[in-house]
Design a protein around this ligand. Structure first.
Ligand code: HXC
Length: 257
């Protein structure tokens, strides 16, 4: 349990990571980034956790990197913050991540949300990459993931103007999975995560890996990887359990083996 990042085990198989630094709108300073990485490492190593929900507070997801902490930094200072290592932990996290976004998801906050595999947004959420307004550019995947998510012209508009978009607009452009009432975002994210947690974790991990790696591969290579992985599922106990349970008309009990 960190100063700004709290972890808890929710319904069976669901780990919740919440960052809570409301006085700075959950700005991601070095401590927050380090605690976030530690939380993901903890849940990554815990077999009891099959899916993670990532959330901020009711009013704000995260307002981005901490501007006050980097305002006077040099390029060399920024190269040596170690920030990249924390992002790598989240990027390499193999289990599914569901983000629950309420309020602002700006800059590094929007980039953090885009590290999730499913994004549930409260209707009052706002997403933006305002870095250009403070003289910089996104540094945790904003120019790359946003473009892959929404296409060139929507991404360029957000990145070049720095103007945020509403949850409804984000949904229309494919930046979020689902929009719900503000007070339902976390509950809905937990519900989705608990559904995923009841499903076979090896299949979930492979689906995540294939989707993420496939985006950057030629289609033929992605299809070969998918087919090989599909075949390998038949070496798992969960495949036998899932198909037998279907035939026997009962609920499957997936063990992750
Ligand atoms: C440091 C921040 C902050 C930030 C807010 N605060 N955002 N401090 N870094 N990113 C602080 C404010 O200075 C203020 O401190 C307090 O939080 C409350 O903020 P207000 O602006 O008064 O709140 P509000 O009117 O509710 O507006 C919320 C907001 C706005 C829309 C989120 O704060 C805002 O625009 N923030 C900056 C967003 C931004 O530019 N993000 C991109 C950062 S660059 P005091 O002391 O006055 O109470 C980035 C690069 C990523 O993210 C690179 C990744 C490697």
């Amino acid at each position: 349990m960190g100063e700004f990042v709290k972890t808890s085990l929710e319904q069976a198989g669901v780990g919740l990571i919440r960052f809570d630094r409301p006085e700075a709108r959950n700005a991601l300073n070095e401590v927050v980034r380090g605690e976030l990485a530690a939380a993901f490492e903890q849940f990554g190593a815990d077999d009891a956790v099959r899916c993670v929900v990532l959330a901020g507070t009711d009013k704000v997801f995260a307002a981005g990197a901490d501007i006050k902490a980097m305002a006077e930094a040099s390029a060399e200072d920024m190269a040596n913050t170690g920030g990249e290592a924390a992002w790598q932990v989240i990027r390499r996290f193999a289990k599914p991540i569901v983000a629950a976004v309420n309020g602002w998801a700006l800059g590094g906050g929007c980039e953090l949300a885009m590290h999730a595999d499913i994004i549930v947004a409260g209707e009052g959420a706002k997403f933006g990459q305002p870095e250009i307004r403070v003289g910089i550019i996104p540094g945790a995947g904003g120019t790359q993931r946003l473009t892959r998510a929404v296409g060139k012209f929507k991404a360029m508009q957000m990145l070049l103007t720095g103007e945020p978009v509403s949850a409804a607009d984000a949904s229309a452009m494919g930046l979020v999975s689902e929009v719900v009432a503000d007070d339902q975002a976390l509950a809905r994210a937990l519900e989705i995560a608990s559904r995923i947690a009841r499903l076979p974790p090896i299949a979930a991990r492979e689906i995540k890996r294939l989707v993420l790696s496939g985006v950057d591969k030629p289609l033929d290579d992605g299809l070969i990887d998918e087919r090989r992985t599909f075949v390998s599922m038949f070496d798992t106990e969960d495949q036998k359990e899932g198909m037998r349970a279907f035939i026997e008309k009962r609920r499957p009990d997936f063990k992750g083996k």
